[in-house]
Design a protein around this ligand. Structure first.
Ligand SMILES: *Cc1c(COP(=O)(O)O)cnc(C)c1O
Length: 428
């Protein structure tokens, strides 16, 4: 038995399914998960010493690649000074100031430890601020695993959603409406029916949890107008897109195309922790002032603003601001997508892809899908074959077709060329 298989078998005895987050179990693609022993730059090595070019980057945080020397240095220094204090530190202010500098829609930010926690807290804050209960989310967007968000659409627009997980009582999701991504008519109808009851609309501006689907500009513009008209908060979940698709995050891209555009609240994670458990939610001062200890909305965390995590995140945020960082990252990612599409064309396999900054997606299809049903209509057979053929050639893509991919600043042109060469073989 291979070392990875032996570890997986052993893991399943002590850990449910052998993993601490479900997608790692390779259920969608089948086969044996690779147990990783170390990583450096764009590469990871598994327990059998096999090297992979890493296109997951810990699902987003590793925008600099693994083991960036300045990040390691900052983390090592912070560790020596203490792992956790449960009291405020100057570094938390520095990280907050850095985030606010890069995200003009935000005047204050609260640090937490996971994207799930940040999203859950942002919704509580939106409800506390507006005094309303209803929230709208979109099919195919993932905002963490808070109970109220584990929901799929009901039969009619204004009908109750249904829990998508056991253990979530129907009453807990009764205020959650699930609409179709990029569907202007549905949001108009929802606001016409219950607009004055909606606390917030939460959205991934570029959805990275159904592969890669952009919210169209007309859709986003209408969403912003409707939220403003009805006093609902527009919450941008930028846990994946934040500092990944652009230095100003996805909201800066919409602000370029919609005059005066900004979300009310923003949720960050992944990149802002640089690989340590750190996330945040942010917004204007009047809304953030509703949070404890200033206001009535409770929110807290033993490890929030952890000194090691903030050292890691702060150093990461400093490095991504260096001139040319996003231009180089974006070009590298584009050449990957173009290379894959070229390899597919050569092999006579239909494939389309898209990317922004260091985030990408591709579909074995003729057109880019615009919403979740269209993503899922493609089936996963082709992707699963491709995934395993690439893995066998040392290319580590996300083990499910509905996940986005990630390129880091450590990926070289040679890495991309090697990946495209492997894809040419795999696709033929
Ligand atoms: C990863 C992710 C989350 C959840 O973050 P965790 O740190 O895994 O809890 C929330 N929203 C989006 C868009 C994400 O990609």
């Amino acid at each position: 038995m291979s070392t990875n298989a032996a570890l997986f078998e052993r893991a399943q005895r002590s850990i449910p399914g052998g993993v601490n987050s479900p997608v790692r179990a390779f259920r969608a693609v089948g086969g044996t998960p690779r147990f990783i022993t170390r990583a450096q730059g764009a590469y990871m090595w598994d327990a059998e010493g096999q090297r992979y070019i890493d296109y997951i980057g810990s699902w987003g945080p590793m925008i600099l690649g693994h083991g960036h020397p300045e990040v390691l240095d900052a983390v090592q220094k912070a560790v020596v000074d203490g792992l956790s204090f449960g009291a405020p530190t100057e570094r938390e202010i520095e990280l907050a100031e850095e985030i606010l500098k890069l995200v003009p829609s935000a005047e204050q930010v609260r640090l937490v430890s996971s994207g799930t926690e940040a999203g859950m807290s942002a919704i509580r804050l939106a409800r506390g601020f507006t005094g309303r209960s209803r929230l709208i989310k979109f099919e195919g967007c993932y905002h963490g695993h808070a109970d109220a968000l584990l929901v799929k659409a009901g039969s009619g627009l204004a009908t109750f959603g249904h829990p998508t997980s056991a253990g979530v009582p129907p009453e807990v999701v009764q205020h959650t409406m699930v609409l179709e991504y990029n569907n202007v008519e549905q949001i108009e109808q929802a606001f016409a029916e219950v607009g004055n009851e909606i606390a917030c609309v939460m959205i991934e501006p570029i959805a990275g949890n159904m592969n890669f689907v952009r919210a169209s500009v007309p859709f986003m513009k209408r969403l912003r107008e409707l939220c403003t008209q009805h006093g609902a908060l527009l919450v941008f979940d930028e846990v994946m897109t934040g500092f990944r698709v652009a230095l100003g995050s996805a909201q800066s891209l919409y602000a370029q195309q919609i005059a005066g555009f900004k979300p009310d609240l923003s949720v960050f994670g992944k990149v802002i922790g640089g690989g340590m458990p750190l996330a945040a939610f942010a917004g204007p001062r009047d809304i953030m002032a509703k949070l404890a200890p200033l206001g009535p909305v409770y929110q807290a965390g033993t490890l929030s603003g952890n000194p090691v995590a903030t050292a890691c995140g702060l150093t990461t945020l400093k490095i991504i601001q260096r001139p040319g960082f996003y231009e180089a990252l974006g070009q590298r990612t584009q050449s990957l997508i173009q290379g894959l599409a070229g390899a597919a064309q050569q092999a006579g396999v239909p494939m389309v892809g898209d990317s922004q900054g260091g985030l990408f997606g591709f579909f074995f299809a003729d057109h880019l899908p615009q919403n979740y049903p269209a993503v899922m209509a493609h089936g996963s057979d082709k992707f699963n074959h491709f995934f395993h053929a690439m893995l066998a050639r040392g290319m580590y893509f996300a083990p499910a077709m509905y996940e986005a991919g990630f390129v880091s600043a450590a990926h070289t042109e040679q890495d991309i060329a090697d990946t495209v060469a492997a894809a040419t073989q795999a696709l033929s």
